[in-house]
Design a protein around this ligand. Structure first.
Ligand SMILES: Cc1ncc(COP(=O)(O)O)c(C=O)c1O
Length: 372
């Protein structure tokens, strides 16, 4: 038996992620691998840190890239900051809030769940009530941009509430980072994680994470050891901290970090606010076209994510058939509905390099043809 090299088709990725990777990021990925303690690589990691601080809008010294996807970023926050028996207010308005709850419970924490309907943002009023009812809660955890529904929650208001109640906030920014306004320091976010494969236009597999000094102090004051060796940030800090102090923890995904560096460099070159505005412009254009096709949005305009457009399937349309035709005839991937929205909605992503005029035009034209 012989095996041929794998030649993937050239798709346009307009689903919930991974999204289109910028060609310069793909080129960066193919550069020669160096040792992960090579001085040139360490200098590049310092730039990755600085660029992540820019993307997150934070001065947090503890800002790093976890060598694993967004789910590992989520676990990094819970395994390092929470201890068994601690109470966490967990907001659940889609798939990823539920995953946060599972993290809390698997680690022996007590999850106080604040539920909101799929397609709606986290209710600030309900969270305020939960915090009042549970003055012993140590954390407030929520998803800024719920990829399963396309709803954007008010991270600024939620983090302000957490601060009033002396809770640390844990924020999922996997889909929001680079796509919508996000200001870690101004909003007082304590722990945040993201993913490389969405609005950063990078390949999947890396999770940017940042902890505020308060979160780092909580980690340093733990009474119990961090229950994961790989994600224990007290061990990883030695790998990401200042020049000359690097020590081996694990073998970093060298080429993926080249890719992340290039994607963050491109974001910096474009300007964060320009990137947010571009996502919004492309969303407006896509929205006008989708509405012309008679498609109805799942989320109300005021809480809609520009980078994740969830629309209900028209009556009588076969979900898999349409997505199959888009893929096979147009090389275009859009996302299926998840959880409660499975078979009922499509999720059309406009994330990072995918948020471009030509993608919007391709998607609207292809959908029009397939639906007719
Ligand atoms: C909001 C949110 N959180 C967490 C994750 C998990 O990220 P990953 O699939 O990179 O592990 C995703 C992935 O789609 C997500 O959209």
């Amino acid at each position: 038996m012989s095996f041929k090299p794998f030649n993937p088709p050239s798709r346009t990725l307009m689903g919930p992620g991974p999204s289109d990777v910028h060609p310069q990021v793909l080129q960066a990925l193919a550069k020669p691998t160096v040792g992960h303690l090579d001085p040139t690589f360490i200098a590049m990691m310092d730039e990755v840190k600085a660029l992540l601080q820019y993307a997150f809008q934070t001065d947090n010294p503890f800002t790093i890239a976890v060598s694993a996807p967004g789910s590992a970023g989520m676990e990094t926050c819970f395994v390092n900051l929470m201890e068994p028996g601690e109470k966490v207010i967990v907001c659940r308005n889609g798939v990823f809030g539920e995953r946060m709850r599972q993290n809390v419970e698997r680690l022996g924490g007590e999850a106080i769940v604040v539920d909101d309907a799929w397609g709606t943002p986290v209710s600030v009023d309900k969270v305020a009530a939960a915090l009042q009812q549970h003055p012993d809660a140590k954390f407030l955890a929520f998803v800024h941009a719920e990829t399963s529904t396309g709803a954007l929650s008010d991270a600024k208001a939620l983090c302000a509430l957490a601060q009033q109640h002396e809770c640390l906030s844990i924020v999922d920014a996997v889909t929001s980072l680079g796509g919508v306004e996000l200001r870690v320091d101004d909003w007082g976010i304590d722990a945040i994680y993201s993913g490389s494969q969405k609005c950063l236009s990078c390949v999947p597999g890396i999770s940017p994470v940042s902890f505020s000094p308060k979160a780092v102090a909580k980690l340093e004051a733990r009474q119990t050891p961090v229950p994961s060796w790989f994600l224990d940030q007290t061990l990883v800090m030695g790998y990401w901290s200042g020049t000359g102090k690097r020590s081996y923890h694990h073998t970093a995904p060298v080429n993926s970090l080249y890719a992340l560096h290039e994607s963050l460099r491109l974001l910096h070159e474009e300007g964060l606010e320009n990137a947010w505005a571009r996502h919004d412009r492309m969303h407006q254009k896509l929205k006008a076209g989708l509405e012309k096709l008679g498609l109805r949005f799942v989320v109300e305009q005021a809480h809609r994510l520009p980078q994740l457009n969830a629309v209900y399937l028209p009556q009588g349309v076969d979900d898999a058939e349409v997505r199959g035709q888009l893929l096979n005839r147009f090389n275009l991937e859009i996302g299926a509905g998840l959880g409660d929205l499975a078979g009922k909605a499509w999720r059309i992503g406009l994330m990072g390099y995918a948020a471009r005029e030509e993608n919007v035009t391709l998607c609207l034209g292809a959908l029009e043809e397939v639906l007719s």
